[in-house]
Write a protein that binds this ligand. Sequence first.
Ligand code: MLC
Ligand code: AMP
Length: 495
Amino acid sequence: MNFLIRQALSHLSRRAITDPKGSYSYQTLLNTSQEYAQCLMALGLKNTPEKGMAFWLEPDFQYVAVQWAIWQTRSFAVPIAVSHPAAEVEYILTDSQVEILICSSSFENIARPLTEKLGIKLLIVNQLQSPFSQKNPLPVLHPSDPALLIYTSGTTNRPKGVLTTHAHLESQIRTLGEAWEWKAEDRTLNILPLHHVHGIVNVLGCALFAGASCEMLPKFEAKTVWDNILEERITLFMAVPTVYTRLIEFWEQQSPEKQELMSEKCQKLRLMVSGSAALPETVLRRWQEISGHILLERYGMTETGMILSNPLYGNRKVGFVGKPLPNVQVRLVDEAGQIIIEMEKAGEIQVRSPSVFREYWRKPEETAKSFVENWFLTGDVAERDADGDYRILGRKSSDIIKTGGYKVSALEIESVLLQHFAIAECAVVGLADEMWGERIAVAFVPKQEISTEDLRNWLKTQLAHYKIPTIYVSVLELPRNVMGKVIKAKVKELV
Ligand code: MLC
Ligand code: AMP
């Protein structure tokens, strides 16, 4: 049995999820997911744990019920972002080799022709309740069965599927449960997209494992988050730095009386966490002035779950992401492959823990290259101070951009741009930005005249919205070194 489902059995009457349509207990979640699993099984699935099912649903109760249903058929779940255009969905459906896509009726128009083209079975979630009289015994799950396939960008051109097992997920969630003392009385709010670990594991997974309740918003809106805080509906909150910047902006637009009330209510939360991207000191300080909270900054990755965290109690150092979480081993390794024992010397973060993923889906070479023995190479560079606290210094590759908490590959955007008839050459870079952390910019050599607007609109049909460059500079040639390689530092100056 999946570990979340096992835990849910001890919290049956508690509220698990609230969404815009209503509130749902753990009992309702279990019943609905079992019913969906029965429907899926009745379709004659061969239960092999090495097959996935994709699901494309709004972030609400149905999302969770379908995720749990997929697990109960012993398949792994492949979440698709609400915001993805057809081209991104097609890539994921093809790469993951799923045979079934479950979607809500709002995505049917795009999903129908796509699944027909790919020969994939399409199921609309509200039709999963159809009356199948025969009930099959649900298959027995093993902790080593794959649970989730999450697509994330890297140093390769297209995103890679990160495959984690139920045991990995349980370990990731237990680690956070212990470090941040999740309890059944907690109430949280999910405003994050549910195709990445921050939302799936840290918010939803942790809440459900603890028997706590999670309110799910269709999308992030500063006002709704503040309303939740004002109405004392939540005890803890997790988000990316850009979200805190937006919450600050909203607070600043209110009257002094309202601001005072908002601040007073915010202080009542027991924990506020920031992660997925570097938290600027200005944001941390301003949030402290507004809310009284020193944001707990933590660091993690899709492949590993959370790695480093500031303490729940005690000193949270500005600019640091704290120490290794329970059951996580971390070491810093220099360019020569030597383990760094000195303080304040920079090296790559390498991680070993029961939370670390199994493989990049169907990419044995990429998987092998990411490990030295059983240490996972994060590609992030950090240093450690005398207390053993880590400070993230950046990434080894300048081709990885973090925008609003999303990891984006410059190489992927370049390869898509090169498919456009008007682009001869291009180079994509990330520029430091107060709101987004980094903004995506492109310098390109045109083959023929093209407006930025046309280019942007075309890109939006190809790539997720957060991968679309916001700065476009047309140049006669790209700066290259003697070997002909584009010098990205010079491109940054150009744009
Ligand atoms: C939205 N836009 C972005 C963007 N998000 N552009 C760049 N980067 C982003 N992240 C674009 C929109 O397409 C739109 O463009 C314009 O910005 C304004 O959109 P918006 O509606 O105001 O933005 P919003 O929907 O509110 O999104 C902002 C956000 C979102 C911060 C809520 O980006 C978000 O949810 N980020 C979190 C991502 C996340 O969960 N990462 C975790 C990965 S796991 P236009 O052209 O239409 O005007 C991980 C591991 C770990 O990293 O450690 O956690
Ligand atoms: P993802 O592949 O989307 O899971 O993104 C993981 C990456 O996000 C890490 O490799 C880091 O580069 C970055 N990241 C996560 N948390 C932090 C943080 N607190 N500070 C800086 N970078 C972070």
